[in-house]
Design a protein around this ligand. Structure first.
Ligand SMILES: Cc1cc2nc3c(=O)[nH]c(=O)nc-3n(C[C@H](O)[C@H](O)[C@H](O)COP(=O)(O)OP(=O)(O)OC[C@H]3O[C@@H](n4cnc5c(N)ncnc54)[C@H](O)[C@@H]3O)c2cc1C
Length: 376
C-alpha cells in the first residue's frame, strides 16, 4: 500500500522487497518461529538488495536511503516474519546506523564494510539485569588502563548476540555514559545460553558477559560528551523501525481477517455480514490507516534532521498497541482457527506483544511524551 509521501525510490524498494519476501521469507517463517531459530542464510541474502547498510550514505558504501525506506523495509519483512525483521533491525539500525553516526573514519575503515556486506552480524547492548527503562542506571563499567579499557558487567536480552560478530556496548566510565565497539573474540567477553521467549522467535538473543574484557583504546566510539546525544538520536530511528514492524504485523493480520470473514459462513451467511465482525474489521481498518498516516508524516519530519523524540515516542506508542489490537481482532474473527497455528495469527499476536516492551515500553513512551510536553 503506497502513500502520497512515497517517492519513486520508495515504490521501487517496496516492489523489490515484496517480491523478495514472497520468494524467500514467507516459506521459512513458520518453521523458524516454531523452532526458535534464526535464519542466518536468509540474513546474508538481504545483501542482494543492499539492505544491510540501508541508512549509510552511498559514498560510505551503504544504501543512502532515508527513514521512510527503513520503515518500508521493516514493514515488508515483518509482513511475513516479524522476528526476522527484528534481527534485521538489531543489525541495520541498533548496530550499523548507530556505529556509523558515532565512529571516526579509521573505525569505519576497520568495521563498516564488514557489517554492510553482511560478513559480520551486529548487535547492540544497552539493557542490563537491573536496568532497562532506567537506562542511565547502567552498572557496566569501563576503566582506562595503559593503551586499553577494561570492561566489567552484564547485558541481557541482546538481539542477535548468539550470532553476532560485533557489539555496540554502553558502559559507565567515571560515572558518565560511554560507548564501545567490541568484537566477539575479545578476551573477557562471553555469551550466556540463548534466551527462550514468547514471540519474535526467529530472532535469537542472549546475555553478553564482560569479565575484565580488554578493549583496545581505538575502540572507544563515543566519549562522555557525545554518548547520550548519540544514544537518544538512535532511539528515534529504532522506534520508527519498530513501528514499521508493527505496521507489517497489522497489514498481515488485516489481510487474513478480511479474507477469512468473506470465506467463512455461519448461520447461512459469510461472517462479515455479522455486525460484531464488522466492528473488528472496521476498527482495525481505521487503526491501520491511522498507523500509516502517523508513521509517514513523522518520517517526513525526521528527514529534516530535527529533534524528533516526542513524535517518534508517539509513533511507537500508538503503533505497537494498534498492531497488538489488530492481531487480537484477527484472532477473534478467525475463532478456533485463529488460536491454532495454521493461519499464523497466533504467531503475529505473540510477536506484536514485544513491540509494547522492546525499544522502550509503552509506559516509557507515555512518560517521555508527558515530560516533553509538560516540562518543555
Ligand atoms: C525480545 C527482546 C529483544 C530485545 N532486544 C534488545 C537489544 O537488542 N538490546 C538491548 O539493549 N535491549 C534489548 N531488549 C531489552 C528491552 O529494550 C527492555 O526489555 C525494555 O527497555 C524494558 O526494560 P526492562 O525489561 O528492564 O523493564 P523495566 O524497565 O524493569 O520495566 C518493568 C515495568 O515497569 C515499568 N516502568 C519502569 N519504569 C517506569 C516508570 N518510570 N514509570 C512507569 N512505569 C515504569 C515498565 O514500563 C514495565 O512495565 C530486548 C527485549 C526483548 C524482550
Amino acid at each position: 500500500m503506497t502513500s502520497t509521501f512515497w517517492r519513486e525510490e520508495h515504490r521501487l524498494l517496496d516492489a523489490s522487497l515484496t517480491r523478495f519476501v514472497s520468494k524467500h521469507v514467507e516459506s521459512q517463517a513458520e518453521m523458524h518461529d516454531q523452532a526458535g531459530t534464526f535464519n542466518k542464510a536468509l540474513f546474508h541474502k538481504l545483501q542482494e538488495l543492499d539492505l544491510l547498510g540501508l541508512t549509510i550514505p552511498t559514498e560510505s558504501g551503504g544504501g543512502g536511503m532515508d527513514t521512510l525506506a527503513t520503515v518500508i523495509t521493516h514493514t515488508r519483512l515483518a509482513f511475513s516474519d516479524p522476528g526476522f525483521a527484528l534481527a534485521y533491525l538489531a543489525h541495520a539500525l541498533l548496530f550499523t546506523n548507530n556505529f556509523y553516526q558515532m565512529s571516526s573514519q579509521s573505525q569505519q575503515k576497520r568495521y563498516l564494510d564488514k557489517v554492510i556486506s553482511g560478513a559480520w552480524i551486529g548487535a547492540m547492548g544497552m539493557t542490563e539485569p537491573s536496568c532497562g527503562t532506567d537506562i542511565f542506571n547502567i552498572k557496566t563499567t569501563a576503566i582506562k588502563k595503559d593503551d586499553h579499557y577494561v570492561i566489567n558487567g552484564r547485558k541481557i536480552f541482546i538481539t542477535n548476540a548468539p550470532v553476532a560478530d560485533i557489539f555496540l556496548i554502553y558502559a559507565k566510565m567515571n560515572d558518565k555514559l560511554v560507548t564501545f565497539v567490541v568484537e566477539q573474540g575479545f578476551k573477557g567477553l562471553s555469551l550466556g545460553s540463548a534466551t527462550s521467549k514468547m514471540g519474535m522467535r526467529s530472532s535469537s538473543m542472549c546475555e553478553v558477559i564482560f569479565e575484565d574484557c580488554i578493549v583496545p583504546q581505538e575502540n572507544l566510539l563515543s566519549d562522555a560528551k557525545d554518548s547520550v546525544i548519540h544514544m537518544m538520536s538512535n532511539l528515534e530511528i529504532e522506534r520508527m523501525g519498530l513501528a514499521g514492524i508493527s505496521l507489517g504485523i497489522a497489514e498481515r493480520c488485516f489481510d487474513i481477517m478480511t479474507r477469512y470473514a468473506q470465506d467463512r459462513e455461519t448461520f447461512g451467511v459469510p461472517i462479515y455480514k455479522h455486525g460484531q465482525i464488522q466492528r473488528y474489521i472496521g476498527e482495525s481498518y481505521a487503526k491501520l490507516e491511522a498507523m500509516r498516516a502517523l508513521i509517514y508524516t513523522v518520517c517526513a519530519a525526521m528527514d529534516d534532521k530535527k529533534n524528533n523524540r516526542l513524535k517518534t515516542d508517539a509513533v511507537k506508542l500508538f503503533c505497537s498497541t494498534a498492531a497488538k489490537e489488530i492481531a487480537d481482532a484477527a484472532m477473534q474473527v478467525l475463532g478456533g482457527y485463529g488460536y491454532c497455528t495454521e493461519f499464523r495469527v497466533e504467531q503475529m499476536l505473540r510477536d506484536a506483544k514485544l513491540l509494547e516492551i522492546g525499544g522502550g515500553t509503552i509506559e516509557a513512551h507515555q512518560r517521555n511524551i508527558t515530560r516533553d510536553i509538560c516540562e518543555a
